[in-house]
Design a protein around this ligand. Structure first.
Ligand code: CDP
Length: 236
């Protein structure tokens, strides 16, 4: 027996999406990185010049935006460019557009709005209902699918997370500094953990997974062990 639904939560750049994507491939499960939905709403707001402070307008945007997330790992030139999936909004490929420092700087305030969360959580649950799924985010084990078979809470030091995210942004040619990335990560952690609706926190029955000192290979080995031993830990 293996867990059918896996919920992975944790703070920014903790390694949760690398782990989630890997284990979904390993198990041949559907993978959904739910941060993508919050990022897509934020990107659309910036793009349409909707003020981030306008809760009603942002909520309407979240309710009406046509977002798709598909398992395509190639861009429209049929090249693999490091994407784990393709995100579109109203038909436009926004896979990389949602990963800019501008979106990083505005996504947490957008994610505070209860109406935004309600609209996006509904979409996530529709996807989870299809069965075998690995879902990654901030409130998956606590709010979105609290009955998930396996819950992981992935953490790492803020400095290590900033280093990883800074390197990712550099590779993609984004102009930023380590200090700016660290500040953004600290700011988002604070807003995400402190908000009223579905704050970032570990579910009571989550397994804590600290990736600070782990290489990717070590992370992958550890998660396979957790998944393969799931049944022997008193679950069924
Ligand atoms: O990849 P990274 O950890 O930097 O962020 P993400 O997972 O893409 O999430 C971006 C933002 O969306 C977070 O900082 C949260 O504010 C919000 N989010 C959320 O509130 N609930 C989720 N389930 C997923 C993301």
């Amino acid at each position: 027996m293996r867990p059918a639904t896996i919920a992975i939560d944790g703070p920014a750049a903790s390694g949760k999406s690398t782990l989630g994507y890997y284990i979904a491939q390993y198990l041949n499960y559907l993978y959904l990185d739910t941060g993508v939905l919050y990022r897509a709403v934020t990107w659309a707001a910036l793009n349409q010049k909707v003020a981030i402070a306008d809760e009603a307008a942002i909520t309407t945007l979240a309710q009406e935006l046509d977002i798709t997330v598909s398992p395509k790992i190639q861009n429209h030139h049929h090249e693999e460019d490091g994407r784990q999936y393709t995100v579109t909004s109203d038909g436009q490929d926004i896979t990389w557009a949602i990963r800019t420092p501008e979106v990083d700087g505005n996504v947490s305030p957008v994610s505070v709005y209860p109406g935004v969360r309600e609209a996006l959580t509904r979409r996530m649950r529709e996807i989870a209902a299809q069965g075998k799924v690995v879902m990654v985010g901030r409130d998956i084990g606590t709010v979105v699918i609290p009955d998930a078979d396996l819950k992981l809470y992935v953490i790492a030091s803020a400095e290590e997370r900033a280093k990883r995210r800074y390197e990712e942004l550099l590779i993609r040619g984004k102009r930023t500094t380590y200090e700016a990335v660290l500040n953004n990560i600290r700011q988002r952690d604070k807003i995400d953990s402190g908000r009223e609706a579905a704050p970032l926190c570990a579910a009571e029955d989550a397994v804590e997974f600290d990736t600070t000192a782990y290489s990717k290979a070590e992370m992958f080995k550890a998660i396979i062990e957790i998944v393969e031993n799931w049944n022997t830990q008193g679950n069924n």
